[in-house]
Write a protein of this length. Structure first.
Ligand code: SF4
Length: 431
């Protein structure tokens, strides 16, 4: 059977032109997806846990969904400060239930944003977001900047769908008409096809933004001969390219948000874009990683007013990144239970945080064994959104997309499992 217009649930591009061919419950062909998406979709039914598992001494034993859900609800109800973490690779409907449950429990809910583009959101809260849809970029942008990111490897179809290789309404021959500037600390695959590659010394982003802003403002006289390894001559050339573009689109990744300077880097980037908008049209978009991390920020914000790291222990929503973010709570050994949904902190969090996770009752909701599995006491497998579950996800430019399903493997969705845990929590807290 051929399934057309499927949505790839891997990265924030959320490519919605995927064709999947299935025979029974096996995927036999995937068209249009990149290597990352193809791998996820082709192996859709492989490596899944068959059912919930629970700790049994040093090993594991099989459990029923009823038993695992009862256990998860009990763990959360017994906790004084439960942490509900993850949420970036699941459907918006499950994220909404997670927020409601965190509020009823008086716990903390945080998404993977706090370890990727959290600084971007802090900067946007300070100085605004001159954004646009990816469709605008495709149709109008004649100058693209990728700063601290490598879409060729991390978002492989970004350039073919929206920038360098994508013809648009006002760019009939995109590859020749669009210019590309790449700024990074090393020569990446993306940098190798750039019209200008700007190699900066690690940690030099803020200084380079400040120098570019000064040049754009007509104060190049204050810029020294080199800034963070970049010559003044190259900076002036880039500033001129940016000013003379008809429509510029600035994309950036965790190479900027997690470099020294963090949200101040992004704030300086936004202010550069602001300066450039005095001459021509410029926009800025964070390259988001997990396919629905943007959705977690949207759902958390419209439900609580805050985009991530929301703490309900005061009976109202409270947000203070650095204090209420998952890494900080775990490092301080503050939470006494943890529910992890659709993420793999075991592969990314500092050792100190993982040691605390192993010392408290931790429940993982995830389709397959991951690096986080050994840190947990219970794992509940669920359907994968975009494969055997449908739902809502937000693309990196904030456009909501309905993610469709093409297999039925019999697993409950994240929304169903979290909904059942939430029902049990409600029975006790709101009898
Ligand atoms: S670019 Fe991202 S969303 Fe598109 S096919 Fe590749 S992994 Fe999937």
């Amino acid at each position: 059977m051929i399934h057309t217009d499927m949505v790839c649930p891997f990265c924030g591009c959320l490519c919605d032109d995927i064709v999947v061919e299935t025979e029974g419950n096996a995927v036999v062909r995937v068209d249009n997806a990149c290597t990352l998406g193809t791998h996820k979709l082709m192996n859709a039914s492989m490596d899944r846990l068959k059912g919930p598992i629970m700790r049994d001494g040093a090993g594991w034993r099989d459990a029923t969904y009823d038993e695992a859900i009862e256990y998860a609800a009990g763990v959360l109800l017994d906790a004084d400060r439960p942490l509900l973490y993850g949420w970036s690779s699941t459907q918006g409907e499950a994220q909404g239930l997670g927020v409601s449950m965190a509020e009823l429990l008086g716990g903390v809910i945080d998404s993977t944003t706090s370890v990727c583009h959290g600084p971007s959101i802090l900067a946007i809260q300070e100085v605004g977001h001159p954004g646009c849809t990816l469709g605008q970029v495709k149709n109008r942008a004649d100058l693209i900047v990728y700063w601290g990111c490598n879409p060729t490897e991390a978002h492989p179809r970004h350039m073919s769908r929206y920038t360098t290789y994508a013809d648009g309404f006002f760019l009939q021959n995109s590859f020749r008409e669009r210019k590309l500037i790449v700024v990074d600390i090393r020569k990446t695959e993306t940098a190798s096809i750039a019209d200008e590659f700007v190699q900066i010394t690690p940690g030099g982003d803020y200084a380079v933004f400040s120098a570019l802003r000064a040049i754009v403002r007509g104060r190049g006289d204050v810029v020294p001969p080199t800034v963070a390894g970049v010559t003044k001559e190259q900076l002036e050339r880039i500033a001129e390219m940016c000013k003379s573009a008809k429509f510029g689109a600035f994309f950036f990744g965790v190479g900027l948000t997690m470099a020294p300077g963090r949200y101040k880097n992004v704030r300086n980037a936004i202010e550069l874009v602001d300066e450039l908008n005095r001459y021509t049209k410029w926009t800025l978009t964070p390259l988001r990683g997990h396919y629905n991390v943007y959705g977690s920020n949207e759902v958390f914000t419209w439900m609580t007013g805050y985009p991530y790291a929301v703490d309900f222990s005061r009976q109202i929503a409270f947000y203070n990144p650095g204090e209420t973010t998952a890494v900080d709570i775990l490092a301080r050994k503050e939470c006494d239970a943890c529910l992890i949904v659709a993420s793999d902190p075991g592969a990314h969090f500092p050792r100190k945080c993982l040691e605390h996770l192993t010392s408290i009752p931790t429940v993982l909701i995830d389709p397959a064994r991951t690096v986080t599995t050994p840190l947990c006491r219970c794992q509940i497998p669920t359907a994968v959104t975009g494969i055997d579950a449908s739902g809502t996800a937000y693309r990196m430019d904030g456009v909501p997309i309905h993610v469709k399903t093409f297999l039925d493997l019999g697993y409950p969705t994240d929304t169903e499992v979290i909904g059942r845990i939430f029902e049990k929590v409600q029975e006790v807290r709101h009898p």
